[in-house]
Design a protein around this ligand. Sequence first.
Ligand code: THU
Length: 131
Amino acid sequence: MTAPDALVAAARAAMANAYAPYSQFRVGAAVEDGTGRVFAGCNVESASYGLTICAERMALGAAVAAGARQLRRVVVTTEVDPAAAPCGACRQLLAELGLDVEVVAVGPASERRWLLRDLLPDAFTREALDR
Ligand code: THU
């Protein structure tokens, strides 16, 4: 498994490229897939505010585009303490690749960890579609 520090470094490198001219709130994310590959993303804002895409969904999209169908770990970096947790929309999309994923939020001086299933209790998943 990729060292946690490598994931944090990848997320922070992406965070440095965050496009957040409206909120000035920079976010980076890095995901490690089931084979150990790492994909990163940053938030991308729009003058049409509602089109903004979060860092986590950018990283997830890069992973899926490369063929990833399983995640081991997600790291989200922000410049605030306590470290900010992923938003609800990102939790839901991350759940597509499994609920037993470690999610780590990292700020300048703090770290918080969860399992995605604890961040998204009673998740709506594909199983509901088969009922
Ligand atoms: N943002 C993320 O990138 N991830 C989250 O989980 C929450 C919020 C971004 C969206 C927007 O560009 C900025 O943070 C402020 O909401």
